[in-house]
Design a protein around this ligand. Structure first.
Ligand SMILES: O=P(O)(O)OC[C@H]1O[C@H](O[C@H]2O[C@H](CO)[C@@H](O)[C@H](O)[C@H]2O)[C@H](O)[C@@H](O)[C@@H]1O
Length: 266
């Protein structure tokens, strides 16, 4: 079953639009900074958050690019940093997790919270909804909590209503990603994370690129625009603030790897 959150295609919205062009080849230059989303961008979407397949070539590719960019690369994900570390191994690259709630500019470095931790009673309340509706997957993170309805599509509207009610009572943000509804602490969004990275010496003065697939990446597409950069949408065309589009995760890998052609990977 197709869920609107999987692909808000322009065709579905009855809108007419020209496709976005492919991005130009990625160039390693002092003006280049690169922000990368994870799910749907670097790994294909899977049935369960733990089932994603990380290509063997991906961790060395990310590290090599980060080295070539002299640290001007960061992963910016809705996942927790712990989940990213578990999937990718200990990568020597900057990261923001939990939609920007967790901010770690260097590997092994201190995690700087951009928000307060999510209250435990919010997780409890969503867990009760999940249990009462067939056992939806609840994914608590330090600064957000995600409830996945991929295997329970009938629960989507009820989940959204429940999440909106909790968000209003606790003054939380709400994100509707790919068959997932998330409550986040105010201040947790990928645009804020990008802006925070752009204050760091390595990133300042660059024209940053953000590569992402989901509606939750739109904050980041707008943020890089404010620094003279551009967004790259991954997947089907939809309404977006991105300037360019790559068709698939495989196309992202190819585009990234081509920047290293002729350069040493190690
Ligand atoms: O910002 P991202 O790195 O794209 O993370 C967004 C969410 O990704 C994960 O959920 C999504 O991917 C799962 C695995 O493919 C899929 O089963 C799920 O339906 C998707 O919503 C992750 O579990 C979430 O915590 C992230 O916020």
């Amino acid at each position: 079953m197709t869920d609107p959150s999987d692909s808000l295609s322009l065709a579905e919205q009855g809108a007419k639009a020209r496709d976005l062009p492919q991005p130009p080849p990625l160039r390693i230059s002092p003006q280049t900074a690169l922000f990368l989303d994870f799910d749907g961008t670097l790994v294909d979407i899977a049935d369960h958050p733990d089932s994603v397949e990380v290509a063997h070539s991906l961790p060395p590719l990310i590290e090599a690019l980060s080295r070539q960019l002299e640290g001007r690369l960061a992963l910016v994900s809705g996942r927790s940093l712990a989940a990213l570390d578990a999937l990718l191994g200990p990568l020597d690259v900057a990261m923001a997790g939990s939609h920007g709630g967790e901010f770690r500019p260097t590997i092994g470095g201190e995690v700087h919270p951009l928000a307060d931790p999510i209250p435990a009673d919010v997780v409890d309340e969503l867990s009760r909804f999940a249990d009462a509706n067939g056992g939806l997957l609840v994914e608590p993170k330090p600064f957000s909590v995600a409830v996945h309805y991929r295997h329970h599509p009938h629960a989507r509207d009820g989940l959204l209503a429940c999440a909106q009610d909790i968000a209003a009572r606790h003054d939380l943000g709400i994100k509707h990603g790919k068959q997932v509804v998330e409550l986040v602490m105010p201040g947790s969004d990928k645009g804020s994370a990008v802006s925070r990275f752009m204050e760091l010496g390595d990133f300042t003065g660059t024209a940053p690129l953000f590569v992402g697939d989901d509606v939750t990446d739109e904050d980041a597409f707008r943020a890089v625009g404010q620094f003279g950069g551009n967004g790259v949408l991954v997947g089907p065309l939809r309404q977006t603030a991105a300037r360019w589009r790559l068709e698939s995760v495989a196309a992202v890998h190819e585009w990234l790897a081509s920047a290293l052609d002729g350069k040493a990977h190690a």
